[in-house]
Design a protein around this ligand. Structure first.
Ligand code: FAD
Length: 231
């Protein structure tokens, strides 16, 4: 382990095996892995990188298969970093990209807000969910997005609106060379007990129909129109 020496506050790891960072539990080493202290620290780290440095953004690694040869560049690991979440208006929650989907769902329920209960059983981060329009039980993350904060490889941050993206089924296309730092989710006023009940019932359904706890990246099938691939 090595601490970066240029005023950065995050943690830089060299030749870090990635198997422990993915739900498949496989994958060789990253040449470098950086876990930022916060968004500003991450922007500063990016600005100091060689412009040709290959980058891999990593949330909870629940939708990522890393080859045995590892990654010949820098992994930006947001799990355990960028993990703030707060109310930013009466019905708007600002969620950083490293916040787990489960934490976001629980936070909204506690605040009496509805619309993201479906996130409770998705074992990823908000950043990973935004990258692929994660969804379950009829909900999809981008249906709730008011705006996002992105960063590019020079460290420049921008706010973007859903209209800046092509959003499809488990697919999101947006401005090249930008990654997600946070999102503002617009939710509906509701009731904490009802939201918690819905979370519990969705988790029961999920546990009954999926091999939770085994090494996987979840479903690898697309839902047919109007139906579910999971049985
Ligand atoms: C048991 C199990 C059940 C699952 N159930 C569901 C489900 O019901 N619905 C569903 O949609 N998915 C499901 N998944 C898949 C997975 O959890 C989701 O795709 C999740 O959104 C991935 O988030 P992550 O943080 O783990 O992303 P990672 O696996 O770390 O990364 C996935 C992709 O997103 C990119 N990425 C990560 N963070 C960022 C960022 N900040 N900015 C830009 N790009 C980024 C990565 O580079 C990579 O390309 C399941 C997976 C498992 C293992």
């Amino acid at each position: 382990m090595e601490r970066h020496r240029t005023g950065l506050r995050g943690e830089l790891l060299i030749d870090e095996p990635l198997a422990g960072y993915t739900t498949w539990r496989v994958g060789g080493p990253a040449r470098r892995l950086y876990r930022p202290a916060d968004a500003e620290d991450l922007a500063r780290f990016l600005a100091g990188l060689d412009p040709d440095e290959p980058l891999l953004w990593l949330g909870l690694g629940s939708n990522l298969l890393v080859r045995d040869g590892g990654f010949p560049g820098t992994v930006l690991a947001l799990q355990g970093a960028l993990d703030d979440i707060w109310l930013d208006g009466p019905e708007v929650v600002r969620v950083e990209a490293g916040v787990s989907c489960a934490k976001a769902a629980r936070f909204a329920a506690r605040e009496g807000l509805c619309g993201i209960e479906f996130l409770a059983g998705i074992p990823g981060t908000l950043g990973g969910a935004l990258a692929m329009n994660a969804g379950a039980f009829g909900g999809e993350i981008w249906k709730q997005v008011q705006k996002v904060l992105t960063v590019d490889r020079c460290g420049a941050m921008r706010e973007r609106r859903p209209r800046d993206y092509e959003i499809g089924y488990r697919e999101v296309r947006g401005p090249r060379g930008e990654w997600f730092l946070a999102a503002w989710l617009a939710l509906q006023p509701g009731d904490t007990d009802a939201a918690r009940r819905r979370i519990r019932s969705l988790l029961v359904k999920r546990n009954a129909s999926q091999p939770i706890g085994q090494r996987s990246c979840g479903s690898v099938f697309r839902n047919p129109p109007g139906d579910h691939a999971a049985r």
